[in-house]
Design a protein around this ligand. Structure first.
Ligand SMILES: *[C@@H]1O[C@H](CO)[C@@H](O)[C@H](O)[C@H]1NC(C)=O
Ligand SMILES: *[C@@H]1O[C@H](CO)[C@@H](O)[C@H](O)[C@H]1NC(C)=O
Ligand SMILES: *[C@@H]1O[C@H](CO)[C@@H](O)[C@H](O)[C@H]1NC(C)=O
Ligand SMILES: *[C@@H]1O[C@H](CO)[C@@H](O)[C@H](O)[C@H]1NC(C)=O
Ligand SMILES: *[C@@H]1O[C@H](CO)[C@@H](O)[C@H](O)[C@H]1NC(C)=O
Ligand SMILES: *[C@@H]1O[C@H](CO)[C@@H](O)[C@H](O)[C@H]1NC(C)=O
Ligand SMILES: *[C@@H]1O[C@H](CO)[C@@H](O)[C@H](O)[C@H]1NC(C)=O
Ligand SMILES: *[C@@H]1O[C@H](CO)[C@@H](O)[C@H](O)[C@H]1NC(C)=O
Ligand SMILES: *[C@@H]1O[C@H](CO)[C@@H](O)[C@H](O)[C@H]1NC(C)=O
Ligand SMILES: *[C@@H]1O[C@H](CO)[C@@H](O)[C@H](O)[C@H]1NC(C)=O
Ligand SMILES: *[C@@H]1O[C@H](CO)[C@@H](O)[C@H](O)[C@H]1NC(C)=O
Ligand SMILES: *[C@@H]1O[C@H](CO)[C@@H](O)[C@H](O)[C@H]1NC(C)=O
Length: 850
C-alpha cells in the first residue's frame, strides 16, 4: 500500500515535471530558435541597434521587443516596428511558429513588396496586428479578416496593397476596435456588412479607391469615434443617422462625390467635421451652432447655398478652423457680432464677405484666406494691431481694397493682395515675408530700395501696376528669390546687374516696361533660371548667346525690343539644352537664320510623348505655390515645365535661305519666321515637323513650290504662306482641305484648291471644315483649351507675358486633389478673362514699332 502510494506520488512528480518542462523550458528553446531564424531571414540595416539584446546567452523573453506570458512563458508580444528588417516573410517563416502571439508589430520595415502570407491568419490569439508602412504588396489574404480575437488591425501606408473589403460578417466583428486600412486599393464598394463591426471605435479608410454609396448600415456603428472615408470616390448621400452617432468625434468625408443636403447634427460630441470637396448642397444646418466641442469645420468646395450668418458660429468657443470657401453662400452679420476668439484659421473665399468687423475678437488668427470677396476701402487699423504677432498668411486678393497703409505684422510670411484697387505707393511688408503678391493693382511711384530688407523673399510679384523709376539693384542680392515678376509697369533704366552665384531665381519677368540698355551678363549666375521674359522693353543689345549656358532655361522671350545684329553661337557644346520656347520677334536681328543655333536646342529635337503640351499662364506659377504653402502641406513641390514648343523669329531682318536643319526640331508646335527677308525655296525637311500646328512663313521672298511632304503635316491648324513668290500646285488632302485663300494670297503662281486657278484634275469642293469654321468665328468660345490654343497659334501674345508655355506643378507625394481643383478654377478664371480674341493680321503691313 505504502509502496503503491509512493509510486503514485512519484508518477505525479514525473508527470508534473514533464508538464512544467513542456510548458516553460522547451518552449523557450523553440521560441529562441524561431525568433533567431526569423531575424536571420532578413538583412538588417547595420545602423539599426534594435537587435543588440538578441543574445542567445540571455532568455529570449528579455530581448528587445519580446514579451512572454508570465505563467506559460509563451512569447505573446513581438514588437519589431521600425527595427530595420529588409527582406520577405514566406509562408514557411519561423515567425508562424510563435503561435501564441497576441500582439505583433512589424510596421515600418521593408518587406520589399512581398505579399502578406495567409499564415498570418493562423495566429488565433492575435489581438493586435500592425503591418503598416512596410512595403507589402498584392492582395490582403482574407484569412486576416477571419482572426477571431482581433482588436486592432493596421495595414495602412502600404501603397501597393489591394484586396477585397470582406463582404461577410467578420469573425472578429464583436471585438474589433481599430481598423486602419488607409491607402489599400479596394477599388470596390463598401459592403453593407460593415455595419457588423459594432464594436469599432476607429475606422480609417481614406484613399482606398472606394466607390458607390456609403452603406446605410454605417449608422449601426454606435461606438464609433473616428470615421475617416476621405479621398475616395464615394457618391450618393450621406446616410441618415451618421450625424446622430452618439460618440462620434471626427468625421472625415472630404474629397468624395457625395451629394444631397446635410441633415441636422444630433450628436454633440463632434470635434472635427471635414466634408470639403464634395457636391453637397442646400443650407447649412442650424444645429451647427450647438456643436460646442467643434474645433474644425471644413465645408469648402461644395454647392451649399443661401445666407450664412456669423451667429451660426459665434457660440463655438473651441472653433479653431473654419472653412466655407467656394460654395454659393453669402456671409451675413445681421447682429454685428464676432466669430469666436479661438479661431486660428479662417477660409471664406468667395463668400461675399463685405467687411472685416466680424473678426475683431479673433486675435489668434494665423491664417486668413478671404480672396474673391467684396471687401472695400482700407483694412481697418484694429486688424493690424490684433494680428500683429500671430498672422502668418493673409490673402485678400480679388477684393476691392483701395489702400493698405502699412503691414506691421511681425510673423507674416505670405501676403497676397493681388487684383484689388490699391493706389498709392508700394507698401513694404515685414522682413519675415517670403511670398509677396500685389500684382494687378494701381500702385504708383517707385519701388523703394528698402524692399531689399526682405531678405527671406522667395516670390515677389509686382506685375500690372503703374510703378515707375528704376528697379532697385539690390534685388539681385536676395539669394532666396525664386520668382521676380514686375511685368507691365512703367519701370525704366537698366536691369539689375547684381545677380550672383547661388541665386535661386527660376523665373524673371520684366515684360512690358521701358527698360533700356543691355541684358546683364550676370544672369548667367542664375543657374536655376527656367523662364526669362524681357519682352516689350527698349533693350538695345545683340543676341545674348551666353544665356545658352543656363542649364534649365526653358522659356526665353525677348520680343519687342531693339535687339539687333546677327545671331551667332559660340563654340560651347550643348547650348540652350532645355529651351522650348524662344521668341525673338519684333526686333532688328539680321543676317542668316541662325543655323548654328538650331544645331543645339536639344529639347526641341526629341519628342517626349509623356509630356502633354498644354498652356501656361504666368499667374498659375504663383497660385500653385501659394496654395501649397497656405494649405500647410509641407510637401516638397516639384515644378515641371511642360511647354508649348515654339520658335518665333518673325518681324526681324533675317535674310538668306531657311536652313534645312530646322527640320530636325521635330518637337516644334509653332514656327513663325514671317515678315523677314528670307529667300530661296521652302526646304522639304520642314515636312518632318510632324507636331507642328502653326507654320507661318508669310511675307518673305520665298520661291519655288510648296513641298509635297507638307501634306503629311496632319497637326497643322494654322498655315500661312501668303505674300511670297511661290508657285506650283498646292498639296491636297488632310489638313489642306481646311485652309483658305488667305493662307496663299499674294503668291501669284499658286494653283489648286482653295485658290481659283485650277491645278489639273482636282475636284475638291469648297466646303470648309469645322476647324477653319471655328477659327473664323470670333464669338465661339467653345472650350478653353482649344480657344487658347488657337489664340496662341495665331501668334498673339497680348495680355500674356510669356507666350504660350505651360507650367505644371506636381507634388511628389500624396494625391494633390486640392491642387487639381485650383487649376480647374484658374482655367475658369483665365477663360473668363480671355474672351477677346484677335484676328490674325492678314497682310504684310510692316510692324509699327511701338
Ligand atoms: C521557404 O520557402 C521558400 C520558397 O517558398 C524557399 O525559397 C525557402 O528556402 C524556404 N525556407 C525555409 C527555411 O524552408
Ligand atoms: C527595400 O528593400 C529593397 C531590397 O529588397 C530595396 O531595393 C528598396 O530600395 C528598399 N526600399 C526602401 C524604401 O528602403
Ligand atoms: C471565421 O469565419 C469563417 C467563415 O466566416 C470560418 O470558416 C472560420 O473557421 C472562422 N475562423 C475562426 C478562427 O473562427
Ligand atoms: C487599384 O486597383 C484597380 C483594379 O485592381 C486598378 O485598375 C487601379 O489602377 C489601382 N489603383 C492604384 C492607384 O493602384
Ligand atoms: C443595422 O441595424 C439595423 C437596425 O438596427 C438592422 O436591421 C441591420 O441588420 C443592421 N445591419 C448590419 C449590417 O448590421
Ligand atoms: C455612383 O457612381 C457609380 C459609378 O461608380 C454610378 O453608377 C452611380 O450611378 C453613382 N450614383 C450616384 C447616386 O450618383
Ligand atoms: C459693430 O460693432 C462695433 C463694436 O463692436 C462697432 O464699432 C460698429 O460700429 C458696429 N457696426 C455696426 C454696423 O453697427
Ligand atoms: C527684421 O527686422 C527686425 C527689426 O524690425 C530685425 O531685428 C531683424 O534682424 C530683421 N531680420 C532680418 C532677417 O533681417
Ligand atoms: C489709377 O490711378 C490713377 C491715379 O493715380 C488714376 O488716374 C486711374 O484712374 C487709376 N486707375 C484705375 C483703374 O483705378
Ligand atoms: C531697410 O533698409 C534701409 C536701407 O535701404 C535701412 O535704412 C532701414 O533701416 C531698413 N529697415 C529695416 C526695418 O531694417
Ligand atoms: C550686394 O551684395 C554685394 C556683396 O555682398 C555688396 O557688395 C553690394 O553692396 C550689395 N548690393 C546692394 C545693392 O545691396
Ligand atoms: C543702340 O545703342 C547704340 C549705342 O550703344 C546706338 O548707337 C543706337 O542708336 C541704339 N539703337 C537704338 C535702336 O536705339
Amino acid at each position: 500500500m505504502k509502496l503503491k502510494m509512493g509510486y503514485a506520488v512519484m508518477l505525479l512528480i514525473v508527470f508534473l515535471c514533464h508538464e512544467v518542462s513542456s510548458i516553460s523550458i522547451l518552449p523557450h528553446k523553440h521560441q529562441t530558435i524561431s525568433l533567431l531564424k526569423f531575424k536571420q531571414s532578413f538583412t538588417i540595416d547595420p545602423s539599426a541597434s534594435y537587435f543588440l539584446s538578441w543574445d542567445t546567452s540571455r532568455d529570449c523573453c528579455s530581448w528587445n521587443g519580446v514579451v512572454c506570458d508570465g505563467i506559460t512563458g509563451h512569447v505573446i508580444e513581438l514588437d519589431l516596428g521600425g527595427s530595420g528588417l529588409v527582406g520577405t516573410i514566406d509562408s514557411n517563416s519561423s515567425l508562424f511558429q510563435l503561435s501564441h502571439l497576441q500582439t505583433l508589430d512589424l510596421s515600418r520595415n521593408n518587406f520589399s513588396n512581398s505579399h502578406i502570407s495567409p499564415e498570418f491568419g493562423k495566429f488565433s490569439s492575435l489581438k493586435h496586428l500592425d503591418l503598416s508602412g512596410s512595403y507589402f504588396s498584392g492582395q490582403i489574404p482574407s484569412e486576416i479578416f477571419h482572426l477571431p480575437n482581433l482588436e486592432a488591425l493596421y495595414l495602412e501606408n502600404n501603397d501597393q496593397l489591394s484586396g477585397h473589403f470582406p463582404k461577410i460578417k467578420w469573425n472578429s466583428s464583436a471585438s474589433l476596435i481599430t481598423l486602419h486600412l488607409s491607402g489599400v486599393n479596394f477599388s470596390d464598394n463598401l459592403p453593407e456588412s460593415i455595419g457588423y463591426l459594432t464594436s469599432v471605435r476607429y475606422l480609417y479608410l481614406s484613399d482606398c479607391n472606394l466607390r458607390g454609396p456609403i452603406p446605410e448600415s454605417i449608422s449601426n456603428l454606435t461606438r464609433i469615434e473616428s470615421l475617416d472615408l476621405q479621398i475616395n470616390s464615394l457618391n450618393g448621400t450621406i446616410p441618415s443617422g451618421v450625424f446622430s452617432l452618439p460618440l462620434l468625434i471626427s468625421i472625415y468625408l472630404r474629397d468624395n462625390q457625395l451629394q444631397g443636403q446635410l441633415e441636422d447634427f444630433k450628436s454633440n460630441s463632434l470635434n472635427e467635421i471635414l466634408l470639403d470637396d464634395n457636391q453637397l448642397q442646400g443650407h447649412l444646418p442650424h444645429s451647427i451652432q450647438n456643436q460646442v466641442s467643434l474645433s474644425w469645420l471644413d465645408l469648402s468646395f461644395n454647392n451649399f447655398s443661401g445666407r450664412v450668418d456669423v451667429s451660426l458660429f459665434s457660440n463655438l468657443i473651441q472653433l479653431r478652423h473654419l472653412s466655407l470657401s467656394y460654395n454659393n453662400i453669402s456671409l451675413t452679420n445681421d447682429n454685428n457680432i464676432t466669430l469666436p476668439d479661438s479661431l486660428v484659421e479662417l477660409e471664406l473665399a468667395a463668400c461675399e464677405v463685405k467687411e472685416l468687423e466680424f473678426l475683431r475678437s479673433a486675435k489668434l488668427l494665423r491664417q486668413l484666406d478671404l480672396p474673391n470677396n467684396k471687401i472695400q476701402g482700407r483694412i481697418p487699423g484694429w486688424a493690424w494691431s490684433n494680428w500683429n504677432l500671430s498672422m502668418t498668411y493673409l490673402n485678400l486678393s480679388h477684393n476691392m481694397l483701395t489702400s493698405v497703409d502699412l503691414i506691421p505684422l511681425q510673423s507674416l510670411q505670405i501676403i497676397d493682395l493681388r487684383s484689388n484697387l490699391l493706389q498709392g505707393s508700394l507698401p513694404i511688408p515685414p522682413n519675415s515675408t517670403t511670398y509677396f503678391f500685389i500684382s494687378h493693382n494701381n500702385l504708383t511711384g517707385e519701388i523703394p530700395s528698402s524692399i531689399c530688407n526682405l531678405t527671406s523673399l522667395v516670390m515677389l510679384d509686382l506685375g500690372r501696376n503703374n510703378l515707375r523709376g528704376e528697379i532697385p539693384q539690390c534685388l539681385g542680392n536676395i539669394t532666396a528669390l525664386e520668382v521676380l515678376d514686375m511685368h507691365h509697369n512703367n519701370l525704366s533704366g537698366n536691369i539689375p546687374t547684381t545677380f550672383r552665384n547661388g541665386s535661386s531665381l527660376s523665373s524673371l519677368n520684366f515684360h512690358g516696361n521701358k527698360l533700356e540698355g543691355k541684358i546683364p551678363q550676370s544672369l548667367t549666375s542664375c543657374k536655376q533660371l527656367e523662364v526669362l521674359d524681357l519682352g516689350d522693353n527698349h533693350l538695345n543689345d545683340t543676341f545674348p548667346v551666353w544665356l545658352g549656358t543656363l542649364p534649365q532655361l526653358k522659356v526665353l522671350s525677348l520680343r519687342f525690343n531693339k535687339l539687333h545684329g546677327p545671331i551667332r553661337t559660340s563654340r560651347i557644346e550643348n547650348m540652350f539644352p532645355e529651351l522650348r520656347i524662344i521668341d525673338l520677334s519684333y526686333n532688328a536681328f539680321s543676317g542668316n537664320l541662325p543655323s548654328s543655333l538650331f544645331q543645339h536646342l536639344k529639347a526641341m529635337r526629341t519628342i517626349d510623348l509623356s509630356m502633354e503640351a498644354s498652356r501656361y499662364d504666368g499667374d498659375r506659377y504663383y497660385q500653385d505655390s501659394i496654395a501649397v504653402v497656405s494649405k500647410g502641406y509641407e510637401r516638397e513641390v516639384v515644378r515641371i515645365l511642360f511647354l508649348y514648343t515654339t520658335i518665333d523669329l518673325s518681324n526681324n531682318k533675317f535674310e538668306g535661305h531657311i536652313p534645312t536643319i530646322m527640320g530636325d526640331l521635330i518637337a516644334l508646335r509653332v514656327l513663325n519666321i514671317s515678315h523677314n527677308g528670307l529667300e530661296g525655296p521652302i526646304p522639304s525637311s520642314l515636312g518632318s515637323l510632324s507636331l507642328v500646328e502653326s507654320l507661318d512663313l508669310s511675307c518673305n521672298h520665298l520661291v519655288g513650290e510648296i513641298p509635297a511632304q507638307f501634306a503629311s503635316l496632319t497637326s497643322l491648324e494654322v498655315f500661312n504662306l501668303s505674300y511670297n513668290h511661290l508657285e506650283g500646285c498646292i498639296p491636297q488632302g488632310n489638313q489642306f482641305q481646311t485652309f483658305e485663300n488667305n493662307s496663299y494670297e499674294g503668291n501669284d503662281g499658286l494653283r489648286g484648291f482653295p485658290v481659283s486657278k485650277s491645278c489639273g484634275d482636282d475636284h475638291v469642293s469648297g466646303t470648309k471644315s469645322a476647324v477653319s469654321g471655328q477659327l473664323d468665328d470670333e464669338d465661339s468660345n467653345s472650350e478653353f483649351l482649344s480657344d487658347f490654343r488657337k489664340a496662341a497659334l495665331m501668334g498673339y501674345g497680348s495680355g500674356l507675358c510669356i507666350g504660350f508655355s505651360i507650367v505644371y506643378f506636381m507634388i511628389s507625394t500624396g494625391k494633390p486633389i486640392w491642387l487639381a481643383r485650383i487649376i480647374v478654377e484658374l482655367e475658369h478664371k483665365i477663360m473668363m478673362g480671355r474672351r477677346k480674341k484677335q484676328r490674325r493680321q492678314r497682310n504684310c503691313r510692316r510692324r509699327n514699332n511701338h
